[in-house]
Write a protein of this length. Structure first.
Lengths: 275, 251
């Protein structure tokens, strides 16, 4: 870590800085993480100052107002209910995506013939732009919760199927032959050979699938919504309440980052057994 | 091993499509499904031929393509420039790379309400969404491409006396090019999908808007024809960009 911050030329940036703020602070700032944090802070300061003095309050809110808007939203039970509803849509969509994705991916991937013949169809479906089907999904599933979950699932299953197939495909055939010749049943093979090999790629797929579900649910929410987060973003946009729009967007962004980080942690955790 | 042969695989794939179309046709022909929800196969086909032959699609496609081209003109140069500047030192790479990949993990579509607030319902907000979404793969892959150029090439070129520009153009660019191209491909494809998507969600014009209008008018057979058209445009774009990438990597 320390080695990157070594440009200790006399009169360098860090030297000059350490004369002003002390060596320890200068060391900290000269680390990538410290600089990154400073950049983020600087961004918020520029945003705050810029908007306070030059911005139009109808369109832009400084971060302090956004924070204020966030606390106002916390006090509105209807908004809280909408956010909770959207989280449930994402959660159920994700759960269904994993179940459906794995139960399609496993049979397709385990058999050479079905893989060769069905996998191209799945890839073709994966490559089609699903957003253009959004009005259709609303037409079939209504404007309520069901259409959001359906659209989330349709975005979430493909990455999961594809990675499960890829994970099973990389399975060394010797292992299968060996376990079969030692008399393992089909179920035992699935549990002790296929499953451990599939887990790392499954978690990669779950992370990508989670991104997909999030995208699908949000697209459907923004398109039409009767009680989810999309309803309120539209309401706040139409009534020119930028601080509330920013607060909602911020909540979603934080949520997305947390989910992504959770999936990434699980991915590395389950990859450990390979050493 | 006749059972696993290429012909049988193609037959299964063909059979899948035929079964899909057959079920669709059967469901509509027998009246099991309301034609407002699922129009019959022949009616969709007639409409599709109609919009393609009389050029009715063009005014809608033109706007989508215009938004796409403008957003491309924003995110390609800015992504390449920012990526190259960041890749210049290891320190900036370690500072900015996690920042960009962290932002990339957030579905950028959530910025849509903010963009609509600034840029209105027209093409402006679509261009902004397309540019934002296309920017990240380009910048991340440019950083990855330029920062992973083999030190040996650089040392060799330096010892042979390459000047700054010569070094950039004859060593750095060719070495980073394949990775950068992949980023460009991903960016070009997802920004198009994002523009199509935002047009669907909220807009005044464009291909996505046309589909939504038809859905609201419950003119489903024409809507299906437009959906098929949009899917074909996206697949064609995918094909063009992937071919260009493969060709660019071969040189």
């Amino acid at each position: 870590m320390r080695t990157i911050a070594q440009p200790a030329r006399p009169g360098g940036f860090r030297e000059g800085l350490s004369r002003v703020v002390g060596t320890r602070t200068a060391d900290w700032v000269a680390k990538p993480g410290g600089t990154r944090l400073l950049i983020v802070i600087a961004f918020f300061i520029v945003w705050e100052v810029g908007v306070r003095f030059f911005g139009d309050p109808l369109f832009l809110s400084p971060p302090s107002e956004v924070l204020h808007g966030f606390f106002i939203l916390l006090g509105e039970p209807k908004v809280i209910a909408a956010v909770t509803l959207t989280f449930w849509e994402i959660f159920i969509g994700f759960l269904l995506s994993v179940i459906i994705g794995v139960s399609i991916g496993l049979p397709v991937g385990l058999n050479l013939f079905s893989r060769r013949s069905l996998f191209p169809i799945i890839l073709l479906l994966y490559a089609t732009p699903q957003v253009v089907f959004l009005p259709l999904v609303i037409l079939y599933f209504g404007i309520g919760t069901a259409s959001k979950i359906a659209f989330g699932v349709s975005h979430g299953i493909f990455p999961i199927i594809v990675t499960v197939v890829a994970g099973v495909q990389n399975l060394n055939p010797t292992l299968l032959t060996a376990s079969r010749s030692m008399g393992a049943s089909q179920r035992q093979i699935l549990r002790w050979v296929v499953f451990p090999h599939m887990v790392p790629s499954l978690f990669t797929g779950m992370r990508l699938g989670m991104t997909g579900v999030l995208l699908g649910v949000l697209l459907a929410e923004l398109y039409v919504s009767s009680g989810g987060i999309g309803y309120y973003t539209r309401l706040f946009t139409d009534t020119f309440a930028p601080s509330k729009v920013f607060a909602l967007v911020g909540v979603l962004a934080v949520f997305a980052v947390i989910l992504n980080e959770l999936c990434r942690r699980a991915e590395t955790h389950f990859n450990r057994w390979r050493g | 091993m006749k059972w696993g042969g290429k012909l049988v695989q193609r037959l299964v794939q063909l059979g899948f499509l035929v079964a899909l179309l057959g079920t669709w046709h059967f469901m509509t022909a027998t009246g099991t499904i309301n034609p407002l929800l699922l129009p019959s196969v022949p009616s969709v086909w007639t409409k599709f031929v109609q919009i393609v032959s009389n050029g009715e699609y063009w005014p809608h496609l033109k706007i989508t393509l215009y938004e796409y081209l403008v957003s491309m003109c924003i995110f390609v140069p800015s992504g390449l420039t920012v990526g190259y500047l960041v890749s210049r030192s290891r320190f900036t790479v370690r500072t900015f790379d996690p920042l960009f990949s962290g932002l990339y993990a957030i579905p950028q579509i959530i910025l849509l309400p903010v963009y609509i607030l600034y840029f209105g319902l027209g093409p402006g907000s679509k261009i902004a969404v397309g540019a934002t979404i296309g920017f990240f793969p380009v910048v991340l892959n440019t950083i990855a491409g330029f920062s992973s150029v083999d030190r040996l090439y650089i040392t060799a070129a330096k010892s042979m006396g390459a000047s700054g520009f010569k070094m950039f153009w004859s060593v750095m660019v060719p070495a980073a090019w394949p990775v950068v191209l992949t980023g460009l491909r991903i960016g070009l494809i997802i920004s198009f999908l994002a523009i199509l998507g935002t047009e669907t969600i909220v807009s005044l014009s464009g291909l996505g808007h046309r589909i939504v209008t038809l859905a609201e008018l419950l003119n489903t057979s024409l809507m299906f024809a437009y959906i098929i058209f949009a899917v074909m445009v996206a697949i064609a774009l995918n094909f063009v960009v992937s071919t260009a990438e493969a060709r660019g990597k071969r040189h």
